[in-house]
Design a protein around this ligand. Sequence first.
Ligand code: CU
Length: 283
Amino acid sequence: MLIYRARLDRRYDRIARIVATMKALNILGGAALLVNTEAHYIFGRFIYNHQTTKTWEYIREVSPRPESDRDLALFWPLTDPTSTDLRCGRNASLGWSQPKTAVINAGDTVGFAAGEPKTSIVQPGAYHPGFAGVWMSRSTVESLDGYAGDGDWFKILQITGRTEQSIDFSLPGNASRMDRSKTVWGTYLIESWNFTIPATTPPGLYLIRWEHIFPNVYDAQFYVNCAHVQVVNDGPIGTPGPTVKIPGVYTRGQKDVYFSSYDYGVPGSLDGFIPPKPEVWKG
Ligand SMILES: [Cu+2]
């Protein structure tokens, strides 16, 4: 049964890829130019002060996957839940790219955006159906660039089903992208997401981590990126929790990560889906 599910998952992925390839085909005088199309993405732009900043301006740059096609290498998802790459992306457990630090007040709205850097074959947004979360970890050292993300992490947002930020597939421009097996997930095809820093977050230097997960019975895909922020707070201070370590928060095979997202999509609702722990800290 497990093997069958995994195979079904892959078949769905293959169908999605074929559709994407068809869309990317350049048909010139009847001669089709075959384009190698994949379905990965990256959230490399921080939204801050109501502006979408440049790729890697406030977010830790990640490294390309060496064995991958050049255009895809940067976007290749993580699949090992035990890797330190799960913190902030491939080879981004330290801020070697020295991104800027965004100074924000507790209670402010910030966000993450995808879509760049652009290559001919990479998807502009969260192409896969699945769920997302936003996490924070306070630096244990004086410089955020030198913080490995090995301290405590807490979750401030969990996105599973549709919200007012989800893509409206009833709009004429989006209707052709409607797919009942996928649009049940609130982040499906989104290109950015905004959220609020809890009002009682203790002041300090933090990593803010975006995580989009494409569940899969066999090999779930993790899309993660981290921004550098300094939280200012003169008001009441809370105690964030529960906290976890990353990696360590997920185990290969756990049922709320390693399942077929299409199992929920086909009936058109997320009834019965409980996202993985930890609980969200609301401040
Ligand atoms: Cu993909």
